[in-house]
Design a protein around this ligand. Structure first.
Ligand SMILES: C[S@@+](CC[C@H](N)C(=O)[O-])C[C@H]1O[C@@H](n2cnc3c(N)ncnc32)[C@H](O)[C@@H]1O
Length: 318
């Protein structure tokens, strides 16, 4: 009998987790939040009364969709990076379709379950829309979108750009730019600086949904990497870092403890009070927006905002 020995297959998240947890201070990339449960919890967060970014950006789209689409000018494809379940995007896609041309929508996400929810939503609300979902990590490049025929509108909304360090944000926009052809545009959503009295509850809600979202990454590591995190021994912590203009999300070890990640053959030690830094969410000023756009080789052509200027949406061009 011929027995074929196979290397055990390592989870696709293994490299990111290994590099993050062996660093000092310890980190985990925010993209790791989005397994099926994480995507579901994120959708719940967007419905919370404290989480103003989604409702505010939705209102900007509701009030300005026709204007945004007219400014983008005659697009026949929309490519959305980190689309999630695309609850706000419907407003823009509807306006694009009303502008006349048939539209193909390419939602991109690391989360297959979020893209399934997106597909169901589009089928229900915009049955004539052609949807071509792509499960991929947008930080790994996306040259294939350059080959799409016709004029494209890229979408990077929900202030997902705020998860990057400012220099990385410019580099990321440069990557998007390299997928753009003449006439293509990028619609970028940015959450603006405001009082910590508004910012902190948005990331530390009274129902504890964001806490569960943050801790779910440990549940994921237990399942996918055979780890033994005692999730109750980590607390959800939010910090407003005024100097760097960002909300930081951490998981704080409530005691000295050792955790083993079987699939990585890795044991890690935590001091009491030591944290894993799980997310940054930069809060922007207009000069910050212009700086990252410029670093990405793009310029801000138009900006839309809500009346309180809590959130802004920008049309960028090469
Ligand atoms: C903060 S949510 C925003 C969702 C939606 N765009 C919105 O505005 O509500 C971030 C989304 O980006 C996806 N995502 C995060 N990192 C990603 C990556 N590196 N590549 C592709 N998708 C990513 C997540 O799965 C999630 O659906």
């Amino acid at each position: 009998m011929h027995v074929r020995l196979q290397e055990p297959k390592l989870s696709p998240i293994a490299d990111d987790v290994m590099s993050g947890l062996t660093r000092n201070p310890k980190t985990l990339s925010p993209k790791l939040f989005y397994d099926a449960r994480g995507s579901e919890l994120f959708d719940q967060i967007t419905e919370l009364q404290e989480y103003y970014p989604t409702a505010t950006e939705r209102k900007i789209f509701r009030d300005n969709a026709a204007d945004i689409v007219a400014q983008a000018a005659a697009c026949t494809a929309a490519v959305e990076l980190g689309a999630g379940s695309a609850s706000k995007t419907v407003l823009l896609l509807d306006a694009l379709m009303k502008a006349g041309e048939p539209i193909t929508y390419y939602p991109v996400d690391v989360s297959a379950s979020a893209l399934d929810a997106c597909g169901v939503r589009m089928q229900q609300l915009l049955p004539k829309l052609q949807v071509v979902p792509k499960v991929l990590d947008f930080t790994q490049g996306m040259p294939q979108f350059r080959r799409i025929a016709g004029r494209k509108l890229f979408l990077f909304i929900g202030s997902s750009i705020g998860n990057f360090e400012p220099l990385e944000a410019g580099l990321f926009l440069k990557q998007v730019r390299s997928s753009m052809n003449q006439g293509d545009a990028l619609l970028l959503g940015t959450d603006m600086r405001k009082s910590p009295d508004v910012l902190i509850p948005a990331y530390d809600d009274s129902e504890g949904v964001t806490a569960e979202f943050n801790k779910n990454v440990l549940v994921r590591l237990n399942r996918e990497l055979n780890a033994d995190f005692d999730v109750d021994q980590f607390a959800h912590r939010i910090v407003w870092n005024d100097e760097l203009s960002r909300i930081e999300m951490h998981l704080e070890s409530l005691r000295r403890q050792s955790v083993s990640l079987g699939a990585l053959d890795l044991d890690i030690e935590f001091r009491k009070g030591e944290t894993i830094h799980t997310e940054n969410s930069y809060k922007f000023t207009m000069p910050m927006v212009h700086a990252i756009a410029e670093n990405g080789g793009l310029s801000v052509e138009r900006t839309w905002s809500d009346t309180k200027e809590w959130f802004t949406v920008h049309l960028l061009r090469a």
